[in-house]
Every structure is written in C-alpha cells, then in structure tokens.
Design a protein around this ligand. Structure first.
Ligand code: NAD
Length: 496
C-alpha cells in the first residue's frame, strides 16, 4: 500500500470530499480508495455520516423551493449542457478517475463510460424540453363537457444510490432526467468508485448549478450514508441501481414513508444461439456480452444456449476467441479486459469458479487467476471463464456471478429453449442470434426480460425503455419513462 499507483487519480482528487450545499466538505472519518489494478492506495475518501446526509437533504429542499424550482425547463437544460461541456473539457481527468477506480481499459472508459456521461445529460436536457402532458375531452351523461389536461411537477428531493460497475454512466443516467424534471438530488456513488463522482460534483460546481441542487455524499450502505439517505424523512423518492438483495433492503427502509422507487437490479441473462446464426458474428457477440467490463455489466450473458447441431463447433470457437483476449494494464495496445472492481469481489467470483467445479462443470477455459510477474499480481484480476455441463438447476446457473464467465448449454427446439431461458428468478436482458427474421421476432417477444437484442448486444438508444422484471427491478427508465418516473403528474379537470 505504500507504492504509488501506476494508474492514479487526477491531481485535484488528492482526497475525495463530499459536496453539500455548494461546498466541498471533509469529515472526521475516512476510508481508503484502493486500486484494483495493483492494490495501491489511490486516495482517502471522506465518509458522510447521518448529520451530513441531513444537511444535504435540507440543502436540496432549499434549492427545490428556491432557485431551481423557480427556473424554467430551458434554463435547467442550459445548465445541464454546461455540466456536459465541463465533462467534455476535462474528459481525460474523468477517464483517469474511472480507470483508476475500476481497472478497466482506457479505450472503454473513453468510448463508453465518459462518453455516455455527457450523452446522458445532453439527451435528457433535450427530452425534458419537449416533454408534454396529456389532454382529453369528455361529455358526461348530463351533457356537461369537461376538458382534462396534465401538468408535470418534480417529485421533490431524490436520493440516488449508485453501483460501481458503470459509475459515471449510471450516475448521469439518473441525474439527467431527475434534474431536468426540476428535482434536486442527494447522490451516493458506490464506496468502490468515489472518484468520477467527485469530479462530477466539481463539474456541477464549475457550471454554476445553484448550491443544493446536486449534493454528493460518500460512504457505504448499512450504518452509513446509504442507510441515512433511505431513512431520511425529507427524501421523496429513491432511485437505486445495484444488487437485488440491496434493493429488497431499500424497499423495506422506504416502506413506511411510501416513497417512490425506481430499481435497476441484477440479472442472470440468457442468450440463445440458433444453428442458422451468422456463426462468426455470434461468437464475437457472445465474447462481448459475456466478458465486456470483465463481465461486470448487469446485461452480460451468463447463460448461453446453443443449438445442438453447432454446439461443439461453437464451444471450440468461443474457447479460441476467449483465450486470445488480452488482459492487462488499461493502456496496453488492444487490451480487452482489466481487473475486477476489488479483491473482495474477486473472492466472490472465485468462489463461483470453485462452486461450478463442485457442481460438476467442465471448465472449457479459465477458472483461475492470471499470473503476470509484476504489480498486477497484487491486483484483482481473474481469467475469463467458460463452463459447460451444468444442469439448469445448478446454483451457478441460477445466481448472478457478475464476473467474466458464461455457461454454454445445448438445446434442440425453440419451444424447449424458450422455457429454459425463462426459468430464472431474474428478468433483465436477453439476446437472440439467428438469421431467420420470423424466429428472431417470435422468440424475442417470449423472453421474460425488459430488453432483448437481436444479433447485437448492449447497443442503446437512450429514448427507449430500460429496466427489468422479477428480481431485476421495478419500473423502467430511459426516454419518457425516466421523465414519467421523475415527475409528479397532476390532472386538471375543467368544466366548460
Ligand atoms: P450493491 O447493491 O452492493 O451496491 C449498490 C449501492 O448501494 C452502493 O452505493 C452501496 O453503497 C449501496 N448500498 C448497499 N447497501 C445499502 C443499504 N442497505 N441501504 C442503502 N444503500 C446501500 O451493488 P454493486 O455491487 O455496487 O453493483 C453490482 C450490482 O448492480 C449487480 O447485481 C448488477 O447486476 C447490478 N446492476 C444493475 C443494473 C441495471 O440497470 N439493472 C445496472 C448496473 C448494475
């Protein structure tokens, strides 16, 4: 822990502070932010206690009843564009922060995470400006004519609790729509990824967003900032992305206050590869959908069903492609995979690697930890891993691993595979690989999932609904779905 990290934080982030009521706030208690690439200390993080969360909620209320509440949607949009412009100007700092915290390739942070951070703010600023209400005319039995129209108002103070896997992306995915709808926020990044969040607070500050509109508090869940946020009576709604188990705990915490919630939770996503697929594209697609971000995307395919006639060829091709993937430092030429988020998470992933063997899996490739012979051996790396041979009832087929791993199962018929892919407690995402147009549509609409991709994965139009069923979440965000969640709608009925 005494060595300097090879991928450190930008200079302004020597210590990571909270941002409350327009002020950067240190606290008496800190925790360590550690590099998952080599185990070195990145920075001390100032943990918010319940008193600081209370200050943040009160500041958010003041801004809601003050300058932010008084602004037009056009004025709010202008400020969100300005925040996005600051991110664009300080792009490299954001990339460095995200890479240091997560150990991901620089190319990914540039093309996905930070790019989407800007796009989320700009897209929702645009959508908010054209958000409309509804209008209905009615004649009653007595001949009385009525007109009804709806108006949108903010929910109030929104608590946003974010995960570590796509930190800036998920934070802006919630902040963009919440703020354009006129809400104010108290935001908590994951304790694993406090850095790009702190830069985001700097961007809000630099853009001149009024104090109290966007408050950032650092800390953990239970007994820390997260719990203080969900229990605070001044919070009107909670938007949460993270594990299903945490979602259940938050639901209990907000039950007495009957608060609005939006939950984007875990997945155990299925992909179906039919014998009539474009074979090379499907292999490439499964590599991406299983191993991108070291498998730490809620949308990753952990269960892959391949039609029996191409099963052996598919397993061999996927093994060859997986073994050719480059794992390493974030700046290496052609690197595909970095580390996992933390040593603790690596312990969890490795426990599933062991469990799969106990449950009778054949390990086609991977299953362990790569050896580098340098500082990366102190990091949280694992090998991308392919299993075959597990029954659908195995724990490794039912529980989310959230690492670079997939299981391949053979299937015979369309009817059979639809039943098997839906036999899960989760309902987030699915993929269908086929060149048969009718089958593609027929199968996709039978998936128990909020999002189904045909011959692609992870591609998103931000106007479309996003979310899951069953253990994967409550509600949809994206486009007008986000605007609906972050708005309180009032119907006004006029006798004419
Ligand atoms: P997590 O549930 O461990 O933590 C998420 C956040 O909740 C963190 O900020 C954490 O500090 C906080 N938290 C934990 N316990 C809390 C409590 N009792 N009260 C209040 N806050 C609490 O999740 P994670 O490990 O950061 O993220 C990975 C998980 O997120 C995976 O399950 C993944 O599938 C899911 N995820 C889902 C989506 C989606 O859109 N459906 C997107 C990204 C990640």
């Amino acid at each position: 822990m005494t060595q300097a990290p090879r991928f450190g934080l930008p200079r302004t982030l020597a210590s990571l502070r909270n941002y409350v009521d327009g002020q950067f706030v240190e606290t008496g208690k800190t925790f360590d932010n550690v590099s998952p690439l080599d185990g070195t200390l990145l920075a001390k993080v100032h943990e918010a206690d319940a008193a600081l969360v209370d200050r943040a909620v009160k500041a958010a209320r003041k801004a809601l009843n003050g300058p932010w509440g008084a602004m037009s949607v056009q004025e709010r949009a202008q400020l969100l564009y300005k925040v996005a412009d600051v991110i664009e100007r300080r792009f490299d700092e954001f990339v460095a922060a995200e890479v240091a915290d997560t150990g991901r390739p620089i190319a990914q942070a540039r093309a996905l995470d930070i790019y989407r951070g800007m796009a989320n703010l700009r897209t929702f600023a645009d959508l908010g400006k054209v958000a409309n209400g509804e209008y209905f005319e009615t004649r009653l039995a007595n001949g009385q004519d009525l007109m009804n129209y709806t108006v949108r108002k903010p929910l109030g103070v929104v608590a946003s609790i974010c995960p570590w896997n796509l930190p800036l992306l998920s934070m802006t995915w919630k902040a963009g729509p919440a703020l354009i709808c006129g809400n104010t926020m108290v935001v908590k990044p994951s304790e694993e990824t406090p850095s790009s969040a702190t830069l985001l607070a700097e961007a809000f500050d630099e853009a001149g967003v009024p104090p109290g509109v966007f408050n950032l508090v650092h800390g953990f869940g239970p007994g820390s900032a997260g719990e203080a946020m969900t229990q605070h009576p001044g919070v009107d709604a909670v938007t949460f992305t993270g594990e299903s188990r945490t979602g259940a705990a938050i639901m209990k915490a907000v039950a007495d206050g009957v608060k609005d919630i939006s939950f984007e939770l875990g997945g155990k996503n299925g992909a179906i590869v039919f014998e009539d697929c474009d074979f090379d594209k499907a292999v490439d697609g499964i590599v991406k959908s299983s191993f991108t971000n070291s498998g730490q995307v809620c949308l990753c395919s952990e269960r892959v069903f391949v039609q029996r006639s191409i099963f052996d060829r598919f397993v061999a091709a996927l093994k060859a492609r997986t073994e050719a993937l480059s794992i390493g430092w974030p700046d290496e030429e052609g690197v595909f995979m970095g580390s996992l988020i933390s040593h603790e998470h690596r312990d969890k992933v490795l426990s599933y690697y062991r469990l799969a063997v106990e449950e009778g899996a054949t390990v086609v490739t991977g299953g362990g930890v790569p050896k580098f012979g340098d500082a990366r051996d102190n990091g949280a790396f694992v090998q991308p891993t392919i299993w075959t041979g597990l029954p659908d009832t195995a724990r490794c087929m039912r529980e989310e691993v959230f690492g670079p791993v997939c299981h391949l199962s053979p299937f015979d018929t369309e009817e059979e595979v639809i039943a098997r892919v839906n036999d899960t407690a989760y309902g987030l995402a699915g993929c269908v690989w086929t060149t048969n147009l009718s089958r593609a549509h027929r199968v996709s609409r039978q998936f128990h999932a909020g999002i189904v991709w045909i011959n692609t994965w992870f591609s998103r139009d931000l106007r479309t609904p996003f979310g899951g069923s069953k253990l994967s979440g409550i509600g949809r965000e994206g486009g007008r779905y986000s605007l609906d969640f972050y708005s309180e709608t009032t119907n006004i009925c006029v006798a004419i």
